[in-house]
Design a binder for this molecule. Structure first.
Ligand code: HPA
Ligand SMILES: [Zn+2]
Length: 347
């Protein structure tokens, strides 16, 4: 592997005296883990000029009015990701941090179209990420899956072409997803490519009900046949939808710090997470784009604990939900759930 740019120290975790809760991270965009230090190191390595003079100047740009204002910076910074080594280093840096945050299993999104549009082949992206993921169990004690996302503000034809280009790599990919600018890009646009993915044996997930309406959650379920909803917080505006999600135990991968930074909610203290739990929804807590939103997986656990007053039993439920909602096989899932229970009892 190429020389790794140095990794900044992680903030200490403070979920409990015995360390962070063992957890699965199910909503994590690998490109959203690009920290300023690594962005500048890769820019130098690849001879790319960033439109920011210093890391501090870049950090000062991390103030977002909405999803689109974040996406503009998120896509711009990806210019530094060019080679297999870059993607391997990016994923390795995330996994090192994730380990410190108690992550035992990570299902990781990537956005192939954001790279192929810049002339980086999908094989370069997948091979680079897979190189880091293949070592993750041994190096960090973390099991992993890859989820290939389609950009919903691109065309259905582009998604289909991306899926075909990725066919030689599908053995590395567990699921397909749908992300980027939500409003005005309903899930139904991607019916055909999701059907192809399911035929190929992949699981399906989709961002829905983040900025978009509850109707997009219905559509993701009924038209795309998704196994999980990413975000989904706006489901709370539709009682019938909540009843369905609860009855079918459809997992929702909620991202509290992201919701605050992208102004989906005004204040963490007003987050619908407690109401979602009370409604019997299978909710999980995740970090989304942690380099941009101020925290990794356990930072999100700690933030909701502090802002919403969650007790240990609630945190245990969230940790258990993360494994219950994962794409792990039954035996591995049970092993991780036993780890959560051991953590709860201090064993
Ligand atoms: O929070 C998000 N929403 C939609 N698309 C995204 N791509 C990265 N993060 C996000
Ligand atoms: Zn997301």
């Amino acid at each position: 592997m190429a020389s790794s740019p140095s990794l900044p120290p992680s903030a200490p975790s403070a979920a409990s005296d015995t360390g962070p809760w063992p957890k699965a991270e199910l909503h994590l965009h690998i490109e959203g883990t690009l920290e300023p230090e690594l962005a500048f190191a890769l820019a130098e390595r690849n001879g790319v000029t960033l439109p920011y003079a210093t890391e501090d100047e870049l950090r000062r740009a991390y103030s977002f009015a909405d999803l689109q204002s974040f996406l503009n910076l998120y896509y711009a910074l990806m210019a530094v990701l060019r080679t297999e080594d870059d993607f391997a280093d990016l994923a390795d840096a995330y996994l090192a941090r994730a380990k410190e945050q108690g992550v035992r299993h990570a299902e990781i999104f990537f956005d192939p179209q954001a790279h192929t549009a810049r002339g980086v082949p999908v094989g370069t992206v997948v091979d680079g990420l897979a190189r880091a993921l293949d070592r993750a169990q041994e190096t960090y004690g973390i099991s992993t899956r890859l989820i290939m996302c389609f950009l919903r503000d691109e065309s259905a034809e582009s998604a289909l072409a991306t899926f075909e280009a990725a066919r030689p790599h599908l053995h590395r990919i567990a699921a397909v997803g749908l992300d980027s600018a939500e409003v005005g890009h309903p899930p139904a646009k991607f019916k055909e490519v999701f059907a192809l993915a399911r035929e190929a044996g992949l699981k399906c997930v989709a961002h829905a009900g983040e900025e978009g309406p509850a109707a997009y959650v219905w559509e993701a379920l009924d038209v795309l046949g998704v196994d999980r909803i990413d975000h989904g917080v706006r489901c709370m505006e539709d009682e019938r939808l909540v009843a369905r999600l609860a009855a079918e135990q459809v997992p929702l991968t909620v991202c509290p710090l992201s919701n605050v930074r992208l102004r989906v909610i005004d204040d963490l203290a007003d987050h619908p997470l407690p109401a979602m739990l009370d409604a019997g929804l299978l909710v999980t807590v995740n970090s989304d784009d942690p380099a941009y939103f101020g925290g990794y997986a356990d930072d999100n656990f700690t933030a909701v604990r502090d802002a919403l007053g969650f007790d240990a039993e609630t945190l245990r439920t969230l940790a258990r939900n993360s494994f219950r909602a994962s794409f792990l096989d039954e035996a591995t899932r049970e092993r991780y759930l036993a780890e959560v229970d051991a953590h709860a009892t201090g064993a």
